[in-house]
Ligand binder design. Structure first.
Ligand code: GLC
Length: 627
């Protein structure tokens, strides 16, 4: 087991790692330093598997695709996409050689993982200053543990954050929140939190609460708390430019905002219109912004989700004007197809444009944002975490390795598609490898309309993920657990989560303390071909294997058992099925109100009784599932 560090040029300090590793005197043959880039090339043998890369599309095995590290606000997670909201530059190669590589570089990286050439990994770092870590070890797990030790201990929220959570864009006022709480109460379904999306604010201004919508916010927060329900507000990265708005005024006065190339405050539009962007890379500015959260914790708030921190930019005035001038020029003209396409692209390319990222500057104009893009969400979360009371819930959309010490992440704007249940499952081990233990997807899917069957099947996976939050976009069909017919079926699935909470929380804590994975690919434990290729089942801790159903109109699914296991189905407070299954392939039936799981031979899973929320959970073990 060893870590070697190769330092090229003068890397920007990211604080991704916590352990001092002395740089080697010379670099390895697989690294070549070019005029504007650094390139890494590794041969791939036919049976090699690539694990890792955190929040990315593709399978558990990352081989055969291209990826990009560039935190991106992309709400459409189709197969062709190369980048999502996180930049997690760590992978493990498992096969002929076993090693891990971590590239500590805050800008854009292109990963060709056996796509252009099937027998080669080719990585292009778009800069000439980076730290490259090479980690060797006997097994994949040993490499991951060594890496996790290098990057420091993962964040763990308070136990109530493992309860079932309900969100929507938006429940904009007290009446809507009351409707949701009552919906859950009437249906007798457990619930721990309700989320406040952007409409709770006054004109989308961070740290404001619309007083008409929430007349006495502090008292309201306390009333809900008495019922065991916590309100979790969203805070966005950009600050509305409006004279007289204290956060904006203070930011301007104390030089807290990023600059443009002329040294003026950089401006671009997000939800509230034109915004300035706190320079989270400056310690005093991220502290200033983090301390603002205390205005809400003083009102009883105990958790936050922070968003749009890639940062997402809808448009800059400069580019918008250019687009409008272009359109005016061609207005009334007979356009050929190329002119028309370029006309149309003027607008489709307005958001999250690299020209704007290049114009945005950090550290009083010294560093172009483009070069350190992947640190923005990370440093925002760092500042917030350093200001918040210990034991707060905090998670972010954008992230870099290092963020995992300060909070969790959710996986952004997925869609109510069956394939996104599978995507959720496949991301879990990769995220864990990169340090993100408190994580989960928008259960039921964010974009699009969800069917009853999809939401309940998705829940059969989410009952195992630390963040279990149902969230959906504006304009989509209601997808709360009580919104569909026969809500008792949803109740029985969600109750299973509460029965598992002491086990899951304990496991998550162990994974944070000992740098373990909560979710492991089967190939980490079993070396047979089917285990290594398995892309739709996971090991949970040392005890459980999960195999959720992710297809429509199915009464069950085919499962591969690498060894003998005991198959259980849980529903509400009952174990509805127990069966020893031999090593091999089986078809198992699973009804909509059951949660399937497989207990490994000789292992035991404790269950407690269900409860209406975590505060009232009696953690005494009532039953053991034996493997
Ligand atoms: C972004 C977030 C989403 C949120 C929406 C409105 O799209 O990813 O979760 O609901 O913004 O705030």
């Amino acid at each position: 087991m060893s870590i070697k560090k190769y330092t090229i040029g003068t890397p920007f300090v990211t604080d991704a790692t916590v352990k001092e590793v002395k740089a080697e005197n010379s670099i390895r043959e697989y690294i070549s330093v070019k005029e504007n880039t650094i390139e890494l090339t590794f041969p791939l043998s036919p049976d090699d598997i690539i694990y890792g890369l955190g929040e990315q599309l593709g399978g558990i095995n990352k081989r055969g695709r291209k990826y990009r590290s560039f935190c991106s606000d992309d709400p459409c997670h189709t197969e062709d996409k190369e980048a999502l909201y996180g930049a997690h530059n760590f992978f493990v190669l498992s096969g002929k050689d076993n090693f891990g590589i971590f590239i500590d570089f805050p800008g854009e990286i292109h990963w060709d993982m056996g796509f252009s050439k099937e027998d080669e990994i080719s990585i292009v770092i778009t800069g000439t200053d980076a730290d490259i870590y090479e980690i060797s070890g006997e097994s994949e797990m040993e490499i991951v543990k060594e890496f996790r030790d290098l990057i420091g201990k993962s964040y763990l929220p308070p136990m109530w954050a493992f309860g079932y959570q309900q969100s929507r864009w938006s429940y904009p006022n007290k009446e809507q929140i009351d409707r949701i709480v009552k919906g859950y109460e009437d249906a007798d379904i457990p619930l721990d939190t309700v989320y406040l999306d952007i409409d709770y604010m006054d004109n989308f201004k961070d740290f404001t609460v619309n007083e008409e919508a929430f007349p006495d916010f502090k008292e309201y927060v306390a009333t809900l708390k008495k019922k065991g329900i916590r309100l979790i507000p969203i805070i966005d990265a950009g600050v509305k430019c409006e004279d007289g708005y204290d956060v904006y005024d203070e930011g301007v006065e104390n030089n807290h905002f990023c600059k443009d190339r002329n040294g003026d405050d950089f401006k671009a539009a997000v939800w509230p219109g034109i915004c300035c962007f706190p320079d989270y890379l400056k310690p005093e500015s991220r502290k200033w912004f983090g301390d603002k959260f205390l205005t809400l914790t003083e009102k009883g708030i105990e958790g936050f989700w922070i968003d749009m921190n890639e940062p997402a930019l809808f448009f800059s005035m400069e580019r918008f004007k250019k687009a409008v001038d272009y359109v005016k020029k061609y207005n009334g003209e007979d356009l050929n197809c190329w002119d028309f396409f370029s006309y149309r692209d003027q607008f489709s390319n307005l958001s999250n444009n690299n020209e704007d990222y290049k114009n945005m500057h950090h550290l009083d104009g010294k560093v172009s944002h483009y070069d350190v893009h992947n640190l923005y969400g990370y440093m925002m979360m760092r500042g917030v975490s350093e200001s918040l009371p210990k034991d707060s819930l905090l998670f972010s959309r954008a992230s870099y390795i290092g963020s995992h010490r300060y909070g969790g992440i959710w996986t952004g704007d997925n869609t109510s598609w069956w394939s996104h249940i599978l995507l959720n499952l496949r991301m879990l081990p990769s995220l864990n490898m990169c340090g993100f233990i408190y994580t989960g997807a928008d259960c039921g899917g964010f974009n699009g309309n969800a069917s009853r069957e999809l939401v309940i099947r998705w829940m059969q996976l989410s009952v195992f993920t630390p963040l279990f939050r149902n969230h959906s976009a504006i304009g989509t069909r209601d997808q709360e657990a009580f919104a569909f017919s026969d809500s008792d079926e949803f109740k029985r699935v969600i109750q299973v989560r509460y029965r598992l909470i002491p086990y899951l929380y304990d496991l998550a804590k162990k994974c944070c303390d000992n740098n373990e994975l909560m979710f492991k690919p089967l190939g980490f434990e079993y070396k047979d071909k089917l285990s290594k290729e398995c892309d739709d089942q996971l090991l949970l801790g040392e005890e459980i294997m999960i195999a959720p159903i992710y297809e429509q109109n199915k009464s069950g699914r085919t499962v591969y058992l690498p060894e003998e296991m005991t198959f259980y189905k849980l529903s509400g407070n009952k174990v509805t099925h127990k069966e020893k299954l031999s090593q091999g392939i089986h078809y198992v039936d699973v009804a909509l109100d059951e949660v399937p799981l497989f207990v490994r031979k000789g292992k035991t899973v404790p269950l407690c009784a269900p409860a209406k929320n975590v505060d009232s959970l009696d953690k005494t073990v009532t039953e053991y599932l034996e493997g």
